[in-house]
Design a binder for this molecule. Structure first.
Ligand code: ATP
Ligand code: MG
Ligand code: MG
Ligand code: MG
Length: 481
C-alpha cells in the first residue's frame, strides 16, 4: 500500500478509507496516542494504537524520534484541535530511537542548544517550520522574476575579479599549502595556480550580472555568496544566499519600485502558502515575548507585522534628510547620538538605521542618494551636486528589527566617468576590461540591487539570529559539517 503525506491526510475530504502514514513519533501518550509528523506540515496526525492487541515489545519501541509506518482507518477525531485521526490496525517500527539519548525531546529547546545540534534541529517544530517557509520563499523569488520575464543567470562562484570586498574574500587555490611556489620576488607564484592567477569566492555577482543585463535586458541571480566577515553578529554569515536583479534602462526610481514590489510579493506569497507554519512561529514568539519586560515587547504580532509591510509604502528618504533627522533626534531621552557626526558625509551606523526605521518612521525605509565617497565605484554620480558634496544614486532598504536588507544603485553608465572613478581609487582597469566593455559598446542607464535572502527569511519568520534561518550556518570559528 502506498503511503500518504500527513498534510494530504489532514486535508482529506473523505473519511473511513484505509490509509498508510509514515513518519517520526513526536510523542506517545497513555500507551495509545502517537503524534506522528512526517515533515510535510507543522501539524501532527494522531494515530490511535490498539494497545490491547499490540505486543508489549512493540509498544515499548514507540519512542520519541522513532520512524514508524501505520496502516489504519482515517476517522473524524473527537480530540480538540484536530480534524482527523488514524485508528491503527497495523503498526510497524521502521527505525528505533533510543529516547534516553535522543536530544530532540518534545520540550522547547533554547535556540543555542539547537545550534549545537545542527544536524538534528530540523526535527523540531520551530526549525521545520522555518525551513518550509525558507523553501516557499525561494520558490516565490523565482516565480516573481520568471513571471516578469527576467532571465535567471548563474554568475561564477570562483572569480578572478577582486575589485569589490577587499579583505572580505575567501581565497581559492589548488597550490600545495605546505610547498607554495615562489616567484623571483619571493611572493607566491599564482601563475602556477589552477587558473593561472589569484582567485576568490564571489562576494557578489553584480558586475558579472551587469554584462548579461546589457544583452538580456532583465536578469537576476540567486546563489551562494561568501564573505569572510570577521565580526560575529546576528545579521552576518560567511556563506549566505543573495538575490541580485539587474535591469537595463531602469533608473534609481525604477529600482526602488522593483525592490519594494518584489519584497511585498514574496511576503504575500509566504502569507498565502505558509499559513500554518507562520501561525506556529507567531505563537512561539508570543510565548517568548511574555518573558520580556513590557517596554521591550514588540508592538505587533508576526502576521500583523507582515501584513503591515504589504499595506504600507516604504518611506523614501534621502541620506541628507536622514542626517538632519538624526542630528535633531534624542534617542535616549536627553542624550543625542554620540558619534553622529555633525558633518555630512559619514556612513550611518546600524544604531542610526534602526532609529530611523523603528523609532522615527516606524516602517521600512529606503534611504537613497548617499555621499559618493562612502559607496562603491560603480554607482551613478548624481548630476548637479555641490562640489565636496557629491552623491551617488545608491539606495539601501532598512527593515524593522533587521536593519539593511537591500543594497542597490543605478550604475555609472558613462565610460569616462567610470574610468576616472576607477583611476582615483586605484582600481585596475585592465583586470576589469570586461566590465568596462559594457560601457564601451551600447551603454545605457541600468540599475539593480542585492537582497540577502537570509535577512528576508529572518523578517518573515520573526527570528532574530541569522544562524537560525539557514540549514548549515557558517560563521567565524564554526563550519562543523
Ligand atoms: P551590511 O552593511 O549589513 O554588512 P553590506 O552593505 O555589506 O551589508 P551589500 O554588499 O550591500 O551588504 O550586500 C547586499 C545585501 O546582502 C545586504 O543588504 C544584505 O541583505 C546581504 N548581506 C551582506 N552581507 C551579508 C552577510 N555577511 N550575511 C548575510 N547577508 C548579507
Ligand atoms: Mg558588510
Ligand atoms: Mg551596508
Ligand atoms: Mg550595502
Amino acid at each position: 500500500m502506498k503511503h500518504t503525506k500527513v498534510r494530504d491526510l489532514l486535508n482529506s475530504t473523505t473519511t473511513l478509507q484505509e490509509v498508510n502514514a509514515k513518519g517520526w513519533v513526536r510523542t506517545f501518550r497513555n500507551n495509545q496516542f502517537i503524534a506522528l509528523n512526517d515533515g510535510s506540515t507543522i501539524n501532527n496526525i494522531q494515530c490511535v494504537v490498539d494497545f490491547e492487541n499490540t505486543p508489549e515489545e512493540t509498544l515499548k519501541r514507540i519512542t520519541t524520534g522513532a520512524a514508524v509506518s501505520v496502516i489504519g482507518t482515517l476517522v473524524e477525531s473527537k480530540g480538540a484541535g484536530q480534524k482527523y485521526e488514524i485508528q491503527v490496525s497495523k503498526l510497524e517500527i521502521l527505525g528505533d530511537s533510543d529516547a534516553e539519548k535522543f536530544p530532540m525531546q518534545p520540550k522547547k529547546h533554547s535556540l543555542e542548544f539547537l545550534r549545537e545540534n545542527a544536524h538534528l534541529r530540523v526535527r523540531t517544530n520551530a526549525f521545520g517550520a522555518i525551513m518550509r517557509v525558507r523553501s516557499v520563499l525561494s520558490y516565490a523569488v523565482h516565480k516573481y522574476f520568471q513571471d516578469k520575464g527576467f532571465v535567471y543567470v548563474n554568475t561564477p562562484i570562483i572569480t578572478g575579479a577582486d575589485a569589490e570586498g577587499a579583505g572580505e574574500m575567501f581565497q581559492v587555490t589548488s597550490l600545495p599549502l605546505d610547498n607554495l611556489p615562489k616567484n623571483e620576488e619571493g611572493n607566491i607564484d599564482f601563475k602556477k595556480d589552477f587558473f593561472g592567477k589569484h582567485t576568490n569566492l564571489t562576494v557578489s555577482g553584480q558586475l558579472e550580472g551587469e554584462t548579461f543585463a546589457m544583452a538580456l535586458g532583465q536578469i537576476y541571480t540567486f546563489g551562494p555568496t561568501f564573505r569572510a566577515e570577521n565580526s560575529n553578529t546576528s545579521r552576518h554569515l560567511a556563506e549566505f544566499w543573495m538575490i541580485e536583479p539587474e535591469v537595463a534602462f531602469n533608473d534609481l526610481d525604477d529600482n526602488m519600485d522593483l525592490a519594494e514590489d518584489f519584497i511585498q510579493y514574496v511576503i504575500k506569497y509566504a502569507l498565502d502558502h505558509c499559513k500554518d507554519d507562520l501561525k506556529f512561529l507567531e505563537g512561539r514568539l508570543l510565548e517568548e515575548e511574555k518573558s520580556k519586560p513590557q517596554a521591550e515587547r514588540s508592538e505587533m504580532a508576526l502576521l500583523e507585522k507582515l501584513n503591515f509591510v504589504l499595506e504600507n509604502n516604504f518611506k523614501r528618504v534621502s541620506y541628507t534628510e536622514a542626517i538632519d533627522i538624526l542630528r535633531d533626534s534624542t534617542p535616549n531621552k536627553k542624550k543625542k547620538f554620540q558619534y553622529l557626526i555633525n558633518e555630512w558625509g559619514a556612513d550611518l551606523q546600524s544604531e542610526h538605521e534602526r532609529y530611523l526605521v523603528e523609532k522615527h518612521f516606524k516602517c521600512p525605509v529606503i534611504l537613497y542618494d548617499y555621499p559618493a565617497n562612502i559607496k562603491a565605484f560603480y554607482m551613478r554620480l548624481n548630476d548637479n551636486t555641490e562640489p565636496g558634496r557629491e552623491t551617488v544614486r545608491a539606495m539601501d532598504i532598512l527593515f524593522p528589527g533587521i536593519g539593511e536588507i537591500v543594497g542597490g544603485s543605478e550604475r555609472e553608465e558613462r565610460y569616462d566617468v567610470l574610468v576616472q572613478k576607477m583611476e582615483a581609487l586605484g582600481i585596475d582597469k585592465e583586470e576589469l576590461y570586461w566590465y568596462l566593455d559594457t560601457r564601451r559598446f551600447g551603454s545605457a542607464t541600468h540599475a539593480g540591487f542585492g537582497l540577502g535572502f537570509e535577512r528576508l527569511v529572518l523578517f518573515v519568520t520573526g527570528m532574530t539570529n541569522i544562524r537560525d534561518v539557514i540549514p548549515f550556518p557558517r560563521t567565524p570559528g564554526s563550519a562543523e559539517f
